[in-house]
Design a protein around this ligand. Structure first.
Ligand SMILES: Nc1ncnc2c1ncn2[C@@H]1O[C@H](COP(=O)(O)OP(=O)(O)OP(=O)(O)O)[C@@H](O)[C@H]1O
Ligand SMILES: [Mg+2]
Length: 139
């Protein structure tokens, strides 16, 4: 739990399907503490759950790190999902709606990109994947 007014920064290990529930709860609480409305909070929670599911499914385990952001006028919440899994050979292809290497819907990454204000993927085959999403509070 993060106190209002305290610096918002922390991390959570993601290793089991039940951790997706913990990620959802955590992001929901963080977003509420920062003053996000229910729509933006739900968008961020949904995106975070997809990225957490990917960490478990493709890498087995990883970590979520969160940090409050400021860009001068706006405040935002930045979520970083890091794993040391197999990596993604072609991140642009992985972002294509319907692309899946596991018989899934291939909607997790494109869905997260649509829901968050910003999304960035860094990946190296054999080393792992980092996905960062940021949501900004409306001015
Ligand atoms: N953390 C990751 N590590 C390795 N590969 C990943 C990771 N996340 C995504 N991928 C790759 O990107 C592809 C697309 O991911 P995306 O979440 O969009 O779809 P999906 O997981 O296949 O299906 P779903 O719609 O159920 O999420 C995956 O099939 C997988 O090949
Ligand atoms: Mg997925």
């Amino acid at each position: 739990m993060t106190e209002v007014g305290a610096e918002i920064h922390g991390k959570l290990r993601i290793a089991a399907p039940s951790d997706v529930v913990a990620v959802r709860k955590n992001v929901r609480e963080l977003a509420a503490a920062m003053g996000f409305n229910i729509v933006d909070s739900t968008r961020l929670v949904t995106a975070a759950a997809e990225l957490a599911r990917n960490v478990i499914h493709y890498a087995g385990a990883g970590e979520l790190t969160w940090k409050a952001q400021e860009d001068g006028k706006r405040k935002g919440l930045r979520l970083e999902f890091v794993d040391q899994g197999p990596g993604i050979a072609d991140p642009a292809q992985a972002m294509t709606p319907g692309y899946s290497t596991s018989g899934g819907l291939g909607m997790g990454l494109p869905g997260a990109k649509r829901l968050a204000d910003e999304m960035e993927i860094r990946s190296e085959v054999g080393r792992g994947t980092t996905v960062v999403i940021t949501q900004w509070l409306p001015l």
